[in-house]
Design a protein around this ligand. Structure first.
Ligand code: GLU
Ligand code: ZN
Length: 475
């Protein structure tokens, strides 16, 4: 069986958006499932709007998502190819030079709209005589090359494997440009040539390209190329049910990364957008996603990108990733926080930091929450007392409790969580008071607050010396 080949073909005119990431992901999953190849093709023929910076960031974001490509092409390296094929079509009478200037075209478009006609190219350069052409050239006009659509009403059928066959009764597009006057190809032309030359077997892209696909059908026929299979993914919408945009608060993949989302969560969420799974399972490993990927499962209706759901996924992954990796992911965010500096990190030590992060991670849903995380701050110095904590410290037994327990802590070098529990029990007996009367002042003195992670864990991580110092300073 022939190797299946799919591609992701972003235009580097902006950052990678979540919609693009989902298209890339579905192509990648398909390639993995079919043991095929994923081609990354940068469609940068719009020289003015494309930039190297965007190309680099798209590649970086794809890598971050774990979407690896097998082959890489840039259309700007391939301009000669497009030009050659455009000339071939002209030679075969399937395309022609159009000498109309942009301002003239614009004028005619306006007029057509005013007169209630579709604003499409009127084909006036289709049958120019040699003399007319020469005249135009002498005027210094740089021609574009236009594709000759069939004379009769062009009627296209797109055999879509997700939506089923889609018919386009009449394309509201006249003879369209395939090569611009600066020698760069139009999107549709370069896309068809590359999909053919790169032996793409299946084109899976977003449904906003459907009319492009319809136009591309004519190009395949004119070029004598066999058509690949097609599938169009329904659109991703923002929470307000409109197209994703900055305004809908859903932006580029890079921003999610900076905000402390894990690629696993992003991948999981994106994969499940537009995918119906038979059971209730929601958290899928990459392997499971590949395993269960199938065109039949892709749902053909617009999907809403749901940030809360993403947060939920992210929280799940934060709880589950290996601690080593979590520490690595967390570090840049901690460094941005006000409570951590080189000295305080040294003081808590690598092991202490690991344990502290492990203790805090169940309560966060994205890494950026670490930056001003109060539960994390308690492991570092400079904890002030809340009003509630002060009240608890003023309780009748508090001072006695704290002195008693501090004494027990001073006697040891290490404090396991069980040791803390034992010290609490013993103190309770000694002072003859309740558990609450021991725990609360202890927590207040050590952390300055009444809520937070388990106090025996906190104290165990801080160690006796620091714990005693904190209690002392409160007393
Ligand atoms: N460059 C096009 C885009 O970014 C690619 C569409 C396609 O996959 O053919 O929308
Ligand atoms: Zn013209």
């Amino acid at each position: 069986m022939k190797t299946k080949r799919v591609r992701f073909a972003p235009s580097p005119t902006g950052w990678l958006h979540v919609g693009g990431a989902r298209t890339a992901l579905f192509n990648w999953l398909y390639a993995k499932k079919k043991e095929g190849k994923l081609i990354l093709r940068i469609e940068d023929t719009d020289l003015e709007r494309s930039s190297e910076e965007y190309t680099a960031s798209i590649k970086e974001d794809l890598k971050w998502l774990g979407i690896k490509w097998d082959e890489y092409y840039k259309q700007s390296d391939r301009l000669e190819i497009y030009e050659r094929y455009a000339r071939k079509l002209v030679h075969e009478g399937k395309a022609y030079h159009c000498y109309c200037r942009e301002d003239e075209l614009e004028e005619r478009r306006k007029k057509a709209i005013e007169e209630g006609r579709p604003p499409i190219y009127d084909g006036r350069c289709r049958n120019l005589t040699e003399e007319e052409k020469k005249n135009y050239r002498d005027q210094g006009r740089e021609p574009t090359i236009r594709f000759k659509l069939p004379e009769q009403q062009p009627h296209a059928v797109v055999p879509d494997e997700i939506k089923g066959e889609i018919e386009f009764e009449s394309l509201t597009t006249g003879d369209f440009v395939i090569l611009k006057s600066d020698g760069t190809p139009s999107y549709n032309f370069a896309c068809v040539l590359d999909d053919h030359l790169m032996e793409i077997s299946f084109v899976l892209r977003a449904e906003d390209h459907l009319t492009n696909t319809a136009k591309q059908m004519f190009l395949y026929d004119a070029l004598g190329f066999e058509k690949p299979r097609f599938g169009h993914l329904s659109m991703l919408l923002g929470p307000d049910k409109t197209k994703l945009s900055k305004r809908s608060g859903v932006t580029s993949v890079g921003e999610f990364r900076k905000d402390g989302y894990l690629p696993e969560a992003m991948v999981n969420h994106l994969a499940l957008l537009g995918w119906s799974s038979k059971d209730e399972q929601e958290v899928f490993s990459r392997e499971e996603l590949i395993e269960s990927f199938s065109l039949d499962n892709i749902v053909d209706s617009p999907q809403v990108f749901d940030r809360d759901k993403l947060d939920w996924f992210n929280g799940q992954y934060i709880k589950e990733v290996e601690l080593e990796r979590f520490v690595e992911l967390a570090s840049p965010f901690l460094e941005k926080s006000g409570f951590v500096d080189e000295a305080s990190l040294k003081e808590i030590g690598a092991e202490g930091l690991r344990r502290a992060l492990d203790l805090v991670r169940p309560s966060i849903s994205k890494l950026s929450e670490l930056v001003d995380n109060e539960d994390m701050a308690i492991f570092f110095d400079g904890v002030g007392l809340t009003g509630e904590a002060e009240e608890v410290l003023a309780w009748e037994d508090s001072e006695e409790v704290l002195r008693a327990i501090m004494e027990k802590f001073s006697e040891t070098e290490v404090l396991q969580p069980e040791d803390v529990s034992k010290a609490v029990r013993d103190t309770k007996e000694e002072v003859d008071t309740g558990y609450k009367e021991v725990y609360k002042p202890l927590r207040a003195a050590v952390t300055g607050r009444l809520s937070g992670p388990e106090i025996k864990e906190v104290i165990s991580i801080l160690g006796p010396e620091k714990t005693v110092a904190r209690i002392n300073s409160v007393l």
